[in-house]
Design a protein around this ligand. Structure first.
Ligand code: TA6
Length: 301
């Protein structure tokens, strides 16, 4: 396990980025600049905080989240890879893939034009091959500034082609989901998990929330905007090289089944997930790479 003192010797950026022990004794990078601050755990390369000076937290993080090996952190931006939801050929496999419960290595830290950038690395090994029999290298760059830029790059380092799914499962913090609407997905179709994955047309309407909402929007490259009336702001989720967007709020009953969420947490969170899932899964031949990016920002309403 990488220790903070060793990481600081190699990667600290004075007055901007350092490593420390965080919740559960897990190691995290702490970024603090005049514009924004963030926290990213090596466990899952998991962004748990992104706050712009003078604004409420942009990411939701459950006060009951676990911070332990083998468990996903509840909130922030979990990385779903190399499959989304249940693994097609093995329903007993870890939900949303193994990336979010793996310890990533630090690849680099730099002052970038758009902010402070930290890059994480995860590669295949015996452990991953036992779950997914392919060789890969993943790089995940997090850039913290006026926007939060998240770029996940997967490279096929093996001798055979493979197909993977991916999602940046972003939990946004909203004042009240019942006063929140999402624009940007009009006139698309989605698979509605609440209706047995039936394909449904969104029509020319924004998304409003009045019950459990769990939808995979298909063939959409658009930027989504969550109008967070409760906080008097818009949260904008732009993306590159992503063909699907997942929208999720568990509402009352589903939240009761989640031991790492408080019963009323559903009112404060909304997932808008930059992804390539289902038919948008990515196929890579040996040596090929693919990058998917999410860009998260806020505007005053
Ligand atoms: O992204 C939506 C979803 O697939 C939901 O169906 C729900 O399962 C959610 O992910 C959370 O999954 P998790 O494994 O983090 O509890």
């Amino acid at each position: 396990m990488q220790r903070p003192e060793e990481l600081n010797l190699k990667f600290e950026i004075p007055d901007a980025l350092r490593f420390e022990e965080g919740a559960g004794g897990l190691v995290r990078a702490v970024i603090a600049t005049p514009i924004a601050s963030a926290e990213i755990y090596l466990h899952g390369a998991h962004v748990t905080h992104y706050v712009k000076r003078g604004s409420p937290n942009i990411l939701f993080l459950s006060g009951k989240s676990q911070f332990s090996k083998g468990k996903a952190i509840r909130g922030g931006v979990p990385i779903c890879f190399p499959w989304f939801s249940q693994k097609k050929d093995d329903p007993s496999a870890v939900f949303h893939g193994f990336a979010r419960i793996s310890e990533w290595q630090i690849d680099s830290t730099t002052r970038h034009a758009d902010g402070i950038q930290i890059t994480f690395a995860l590669g295949s090994d015996e452990r991953t091959r036992a779950m997914w029999p392919y060789d890969f290298r993943a790089r995940y760059s997090v850039t913290v500034g006026d926007t939060l830029q998240l770029a996940l790059t997967i490279t096929n380092t093996g001798a055979t082609g493979f197909e993977f799914e991916e999602a940046l499962h972003t939990y946004l913090q909203v004042g009240d989901i019942r006063q929140t609407r999402v624009d940007g997905l009009a006139n698309t179709e989605y698979l509605d998990k609440v209706q047995g994955n039936r394909k449904v047309a969104q029509g020319d309407l924004p998304i409003l929330f009045s019950g459990e909402t769990d939808r995979i929007y298909l063939n959409t490259l658009t930027t989504c905007t969550a109008e967070d009336a409760g906080n008097g702001r818009r949260i904008v989720v732009g993306k590159e090289n992503s063909d699907t967007t997942v929208v999720w709020n568990p509402w009352i009953e589903k939240t009761k089944t989640l031991s790492d969420m408080s019963p009323d947490d559903w009112t404060r969170m909304l997932c808008i997930e930059t992804s390539n899932v289902k038919e948008a899964a990515i196929r890579l031949a040996p040596g090929e790479s693919h990058s998917m990016t999410a860009i998260i920002s806020t505007e005053k309403m």
